[in-house]
Design a protein around this ligand. Structure first.
Ligand code: SAH
Length: 252
C-alpha cells in the first residue's frame, strides 16, 4: 500500500472492455480499492485480482450509495493511504458527477488524476459508422440528457431540435414519448432516429427508425436503457453507404 493515498477517476469506455485506455487499465492494476458504477464492464475488475471492489452504482432505480456516501468513502480510504480508483462508464466528463468528487476530494487537500475514457455518445456512433459531423452538412453535435436532475426532459432538446446538429440523447428512454413530442414540433415525421441499447456489447440491440414511429418502434423492439437516442441525417448517412456507391467518392 502506498504511504500516501491518491484518487484516480477513470473512464471505462462504452461497454466493450477492450475500449478502455492503456492508462486506465494501468490505474486499475495499481488500485487498492475500486469503486465502480453500473455501466462499467465487470470484466475490467478482473485485471486486478487483489484490489478491494465496491459497487456504488444504482440498483433498480435506487442509489446503492448516495453521492455524499461515495465522496466520504473515497476520502476516508485515501486518508488510509489507499489508491482509490473511481471507475465510471464512458468518459468521466460526460454525465458522470466527476466534478462533485473532484471538489470534495480537493477540500481535503487530495489531488485527483483524471483518466479520460471513450464516451458512449461518440464511441457507439463511431462503431456504427455514424458520422456525427460531416463536412458541410452536420456541423455540430448536441449531446444532452433526456432526464434532468429534476426528472424532467431537458429544455435543451427544444433548442437542439431547432438546429442542424446531430442530437445524441443519453438517459432518454423513460422520457421517449416527451422527447418525440418535443422534436416533432421542429422536425418532420420522417426525420431519422437510431436507438442503440448496450452499445459495443455482445447483447447490443439497435434499431433505425424515424421521429413519427419512434415510440411505437421502441415498444415493438423492446428497446430499453441503457440506450442512446441519435437523431439526425447522420444516422442514415454512414460510411457503409459510401463504400457501396459505384463511383469512387471525390473529396475536396
Ligand atoms: N459517462 C457516460 C454517460 C453516463 S450517463 C459516458 O460518457 O458515456 C448514462 C447513460 O449513458 C445511459 O443511460 C445511456 O444513455 C448512455 N450509455 C452509456 N453506456 C451505454 C451503452 N453501452 N449503450 C447505450 N447507451 C449507453
Amino acid at each position: 500500500m502506498p504511504d500516501k493515498g491518491m484518487l484516480s477517476l477513470v473512464g471505462a469506455g462504452p461497454g466493450d472492455p477492450d475500449l478502455i485506455t492503456v492508462k486506465g487499465l494501468r490505474a486499475i492494476a495499481d488500485a487498492d480499492l475500486i469503486l465502480y458504477d453500473a455501466l462499467v464492464n465487470k470484466q475490467l475488475l478482473d485485471s486486478n485480482p487483489v484490489a478491494e471492489k465496491h459497487y456504488v452504482g444504482k440498483r433498480k432505480g435506487q442509489h446503492a450509495y448516495s453521492q455524499s456516501e461515495i465522496n466520504k468513502l473515497i476520502v476516508s480510504n485515501i486518508q488510509r493511504g489507499k489508491h482509490v480508483v473511481r471507475l465510471k462508464g464512458g468518459d468521466v466528463s460526460v454525465f458522470a458527477r466527476a466534478a462533485e468528487e473532484i471538489e470534495y476530494a480537493s477540500f481535503f487537500g487530495i489531488q485527483t488524476q483524471v483518466i479520460p475514457g471513450i464516451s458512449s455518445y461518440s464511441g457507439i456512433a463511431a462503431q456504427h459508422q455514424i458520422p456525427l459531423t460531416r463536412r458541410c452538412e452536420y456541423e455540430s453535435i448536441w449531446v444532452t440528457t433526456g432526464h434532468t436532475c429534476k426528472g424532467e426532459i431537458s429544455e435543451d432538446i427544444k433548442h437542439a431540435a431547432q438546429s442542424s446538429a446531430t442530437i445524441v440523447i443519453l438517459m432518454g428512454m423513460t422520457k421517449i414519448k416527451d422527447i418525440q413530442t418535443e422534436l416533432l414540433k421542429y422536425k418532420s415525421e420522417d426525420y431519422p432516429v437510431a436507438i442503440v441499447q448496450n452499445g459495443t456489447l455482445p447483447n447490443e440491440k439497435h434499431h433505425v427508425t424515424n421521429l413519427g414511429n419512434l415510440v411505437e418502434d421502441v415498444l415493438k423492439h423492446d428497446l430499453q436503457s441503457p440506450a442512446l437516442i441519435i437523431v439526425g441525417h447522420a444516422v442514415v448517412d454512414n460510411v457503409c453507404k459510401l463504400v457501396s456507391t459505384t463511383s469512387i467518392p471525390q473529396f475536396v
